[in-house]
Design a protein around this ligand. Sequence first.
Ligand SMILES: [Zn+2]
Ligand SMILES: [Zn+2]
Length: 193
Amino acid sequence: MEILVKPCGEFFTNCYILDRKIIIDPGVGAFEFVKEYAKNPIAIILTHGHFDHMWDSKKIKDYFQIPLYIHKEDEFFLRNDPFGFNPPKVEADVLLEEGKINIGNYEFLIRHFPGHTPGSITIETDKEMFSGDFIFDGSIGRVDFPYSDSNKMKESIKKFLQIPYDKRVLPGHGATTTIFKAKKFLPMWLKYI
Ligand SMILES: [Zn+2]
Ligand SMILES: [Zn+2]
């Protein structure tokens, strides 16, 4: 699978384009990136509802007339930004839960990892996991935000530690890591949160 990435906006939020078709987390300014590199895209998927991950969703959804996917517990962020940045409001088309989903010819595994937000998810292909702000290279997402929950984050980390296989992990900010590497540094974070 071809994966293109562009860090967008002042928080360098990674927008990914998979096979020129699937757009993950289109943040501030992602519209230009998507317009240049996507070819007849078919969906936008958000790892969670924070403004820096969803900002250009409205523009892209309207321009390409494609559906927006987000976990059902983060849908409220699309209408209500608790940080006061006021991103363009947008409506979700598909509310996700944990499990497999098919979009076009693609199958993705969605896992629910609440903590950073109530509806944070990871999105898996055969070889990759898009981890949003749940797991970064060497660290985890903040749990001191409105609607964050440190206890749920602990449970999510424990759940992640049970994943038996390795894949490349592509986070919402910063560099990539892998599931096996994350399983080494995550136990330390259980003590800090
Ligand atoms: Zn976030
Ligand atoms: Zn973020």
